[in-house]
Design a protein around this ligand. Structure first.
Ligand SMILES: Cc1cc2nc3c(=O)[nH]c(=O)nc-3n(C[C@H](O)[C@H](O)[C@H](O)COP(=O)(O)OP(=O)(O)OC[C@H]3O[C@@H](n4cnc5c(N)ncnc54)[C@H](O)[C@@H]3O)c2cc1C
Length: 418
């Protein structure tokens, strides 16, 4: 088990497999798949939902041989699926390459983050899965299959919640390596944030707003600017630059966070909020996130503001990001540029769940799509209805995994039987 335990990173999910296995070769992995009644791949277990769970065999690909094979001609890299972004990034960088985005933490596996549509922020940045141009996976009959962008099944197989097979390698479309300078701004009034949402979020390659919903606005705005782009000046908003390093969670030590203060550095040391060798976020938490259409951002955030009296008492911090729309059938950003409204809650499921439901009710008019890897209470019917290509997803899973070898309760509930 990659996290050395039978729980997820947060400890709110106890996995229920009969056994857990970590094969060291593709042949061994294929034998595990064929020999299992049900089998699910586990990445670094950072999901807060039961998306990765299995009642038979949980398999990790972390012990397969680790490769990062760069093809300079096509600017692609074929990487081992179980490696973490923080492990592959320096290798790509050494080859003069980068990835267009990263999540808030580099600790998560490539395959696990791609499978749930994990994203960072940035108007022009699709989720991590949009960098994928090829997948190699062990399928239900134990054979190795390669799926490339352009194949008919590709759009349904990338953000696939582990249900198409066990991914062993991922080929990524890279961008030229780039440097980023990160600056934290403070003190954005909510009305200025909402009226000026496009200008603030569009001022740099990646922008995140952080609020506790306890004051009268957005406490911090993290601006990650490509070196060479015109410097973002947000003084017009009334904000000022932070006078030292900050952590988004009030009271937490900024030593966990990537370098700020406008100091330029390589993309993989600035785009995530948290450093690979430190605990990300607060470490004691639950998380929830909804993606709603970008053009409804201001009114959706007003709706959350309307339930702040419920949210604030159980919240550590909220993050607001933008994600470019994509064509991956189960991606929460499928077909629409999105605003992602995230909540880092206290680690108390009983207190948090009713508030999650209240947030969902407030966001309901905007067709919210919950992050697959986070806590939500949305009904299976509403989840399925939020995905226009759900019928094609079911057909794809029926064709490639008719016996449901890669299906778990989560996937049955929200995808196959919803
Ligand atoms: C502190 C923290 C910060 C986070 N920040 C962000 C963020 O900034 N943005 C964001 O979008 N999300 C964020 N998340 C959520 C996280 O990115 C997702 O839950 C992600 O899926 C976790 O990746 P993982 O490798 O741990 O996958 P797991 O949780 O282990 O698994 C997730 C899914 O991937 C599948 N999977 C894993 N490996 C394979 C494989 N080899 N083949 C096939 N399927 C596989 C599993 O079966 C499961 O369905 C955060 C989570 C934490 C704990």
């Amino acid at each position: 088990m990659s996290n050395g335990a039978t729980t997820n990173w947060a400890g709110n999910v106890t996995f229920t497999p009969d056994h857990i296995t970590t094969p060291t070769s593709i042949d061994e992995l294929a034998a595990v798949v064929v020999g299992a009644r049900r089998v699910r791949a586990l990445g670094t277990a950072h999901s807060f939902s039961r998306v990765a769970d299995c009642d038979d065999v949980l398999v990790s690909v972390a012990a397969l041989p680790q490769v990062v094979e760069v093809d300079q001609t096509s600017s692609t890299a074929r990487v081992s699926a179980g490696m973490r972004w923080g492990e592959i990034a320096p290798v790509l960088h050494a080859h003069g390459l980068g990835v267009h985005t990263l999540g808030s933490l580099p600790h998560i596996s490539v395959a696990g983050s791609v499978a749930t549509g994990t994203h960072g922020s940035g108007d022009g940045n699709g989720c991590l899965a949009t960098a994928v141009v090829g997948l190699e996976l062990v399928t239900a009959d134990g054979s190795v299959r390669e799926i490339r962008r352009g194949d008919p099944d590709f759009a349904g197989s990338v953000v696939a919640l582990g249900s198409v097979g066990v991914v062993t390698h991922v080929t990524l479309a890279c961008v030229p390596a780039y440097d980023v300078a990160q600056t934290v701004w403070e003190g954005l009034r909510l009305d200025v944030a909402l009226d000026g949402f496009d200008a603030v979020m569009g001022c740099a390659q990646s922008v995140s707003m952080f609020t506790t919903w306890r004051g009268d606005g957005i406490e911090q705005v993290w601006v990650k600017q490509r070196v060479g782009d015109p410097e973002a000046d947000l003084t017009w908003t009334g904000m000022t630059r932070a006078d030292g390093p900050r952590h988004p969670v009030p009271g937490a030590d900024p030593v966990h966070c990537t370098q700020q203060g406008g100091v330029p550095g390589p993309w993989f040391e600035r785009v995530p909020h948290f450093r690979l060798d430190f605990t990300p976020s607060s470490g004691e938490e639950l998380q929830t996130e909804y993606l709603v259409p970008r053009e409804r951002a201001a009114v959706a955030l007003r709706a959350v503001d309307g339930v702040r009296h419920l949210v604030a008492p159980v919240l550590q911090v909220s993050e607001i990001r933008t994600v470019a729309g994509d064509d991956l059938w189960l991606s929460p950003a499928y077909g629409r540029d999105s605003v992602a409204i995230h909540f880092t809650w206290v680690a108390d499921t009983q207190r948090v769940l009713p508030v999650v439901a209240a947030v969902e009710e407030a966001l309901e008019p905007f067709g919210p799509r919950p992050h697959w890897g986070k806590v939500f209470t949305t009904s299976p019917g509403d989840v399925a209805a939020a995905y226009p290509r759900m019928a094609e997803v079911r057909r794809l899973l029926d064709a490639h995994d008719p016996g449901g070898r890669f299906t778990n309760d989560f996937v049955s509930t929200y995808v196959r039987d919803a």
